[in-house]
Design a protein around this ligand. Structure first.
Ligand code: SAM
Length: 286
C-alpha cells in the first residue's frame, strides 16, 4: 500500500483494526510522505542488499524498503500490528515479519538464515525509550552489516553525533565512534508524526568501520572504563574513574601521568587515542 502517510488513510486503517497508540512502546508513526523514501534511499535499501527494520508501525517505512531492497526482515514488538501489516504489505513477497522485542532476537543467526549472499543494512524509526540500548547492541555485537540508519529524537542525536573530545560527548559518543562513522542525514520536524511528539527528530547513518581503532587489548575493560569516566558530568577523569570503579586515586593518577595527560584533565577533552592509551595504562596498573 502506497498511501500510508496519508492521515485519513491511516486513521481509517487503524480504526478498522481497533488499534490505539501505545505511548510506552514509543508509537509515533510517520505521516510526512517525503521522509520514508529518503530514509530508504540514504539507508542502503537497494538491489544486492537485505534490510533489517526495527519497529514497523503500520509499515510506512517498510513499504519503501520493500520497493528497493532484495529482502526486508522486520522486527516489531506489538502483536496487534500483525493483521495491519498483513494488509498494508500484502503485495510484497520479499518481506518477513518477526513479532518480538528486537533486543531478544539473535541477529547474527537472522542474518545468516535470511540474507545469504546479500549485503545487510539496518533501517529504523526507533522507539525513543530504547534508542541507545538498540544502537549499542547493534554496534557492540559486531554484526556483519554495512550501515545502521535510524531516526532518533534530537536530544539523543546530539550525543550520538558529538565529536569525541567535545563538550557534548558522552560514553555513547565514544562507543559509536569506535565502531562506526556517524553522520547526520537530515532533520525531521515533530509535525511529521502521528501522534506528534514534543520534540523534533533527526536521521543518522552509522557507517560500520571495517577496522575498529587499534590499541584496545580488552574491549570490555575499555568500555567499562569509558562509562566510568563519563558517569559524572564535568568531573575530572581521575575523580570519576576512581569513584565509579572503586580504584584508589594515586593509581588512576599514575595511569593519567603515564600517558602524558594533565592530572586535572576531564574525559570530554580527550581524543579517542588518549582514551585508549589511558585505559591501557590503567589496566596494567590494577
Ligand atoms: N516505522 C514506523 C513509522 O516510522 O511510522 C513506526 C515507528 S515507531 C517510532 C516505533 C515502533 O517500534 C513501534 O511500532 C513500536 O511498536 C515498535 N517497538 C517498540 N519497542 C520495540 C522493541 N523493543 N522491539 C521491536 N519493536 C519495538
Amino acid at each position: 500500500m502506497d498511501n500510508l502517510s496519508n492521515i485519513s488513510v491511516v486513521k481509517e486503517l487503524l480504526s478498522r483494526h481497533g488499534f490505539t497508540f501505545s505511548k510506552a512502546l514509543g508509537q509515533n508513526f510517520l505521516v510526512n510522505p517525503t521522509v520514508c523514501p529518503k530514509i530508504a534511499e540514504m539507508g542502503n535499501a537497494k538491489p544486492g542488499f537485505g534490510v533489517i527494520e526495527i519497529g514497523t508501525g503500520i509499515g510506512v517505512l517498510t513499504n519503501e524498503l520493500c520497493k528497493r531492497a532484495d529482502k526486508v526482515v522486520a522486527i516489531e514488538i506489538d502483536e496487534r500490528l500483525k493483521p495491519v501489516l498483513e494488509e498494508t504489505l500484502a503485495e510484497y513477497d520479499n518481506f518477513k515479519l518477526i513479532i518480538s522485542d528486537v533486543l531478544k532476537v539473535d541477529l547474527h543467526k537472522l542474518i545468516k538464515d535470511e540474507f545469504e549472499g546479500l549485503d545487510v543494512a539496518v533501517c529504523a524509526n526507533l522507539p525513543y525509550y530504547i534508542t541507545s540500548p538498540i544502537i549499542m547492541s547493534l554496534l557492540e555485537s559486531r554484526l556483519p552489516i554495512k550501515s545502521v540508519t535510524v531516526m532518533v529524537q534530537k536530544e539523543a542525536g546530539t550525543r550520538l553525533l558529538a565529536k569525541v573530545g567535545s563538550r557534548d560527548m558522552g560514553a555513547v559518543t565514544v562507543a559509536v565512534n569506535y565502531f562506526s562513522e556517524p553522520r547526520l542525514l537530515f532533520n525531521v520536524s515533530r509535525g511529521s508524526f502521528m501522534p506528534s511528539p514534543n520534540v523534533d527528530s533527526c536521521v543518522i547513518r552509522f557507517d560500520i568501520r571495517e577496522n575498529t581503532p587499534s590499541g584496545v587489548t580488552d574491549e570490555q575493560f575499555f568500555f567499562k572504563t569509558v562509562r566510568a569516566a563519563f558517569s559524572q558530568r564535568r568531573k575530572t577523569l581521575c575523580n570519576s574513574v576512581s569513584s565509579a570503579m572503586g580504584i584508589d586515586k594515586p593509581t588512576v593518577f599514575k595511569a593519567i601521568e603515564e600517558c602524558g595527560l594533565p592530572q586535572s584533565c576531564r574525559p570530554e577533552s580527550l581524543t579517542m587515542e588518549q582514551l585508549i592509551s589511558f585505559c591501557e595504562s590503567l589496566k596494567k596498573l590494577i
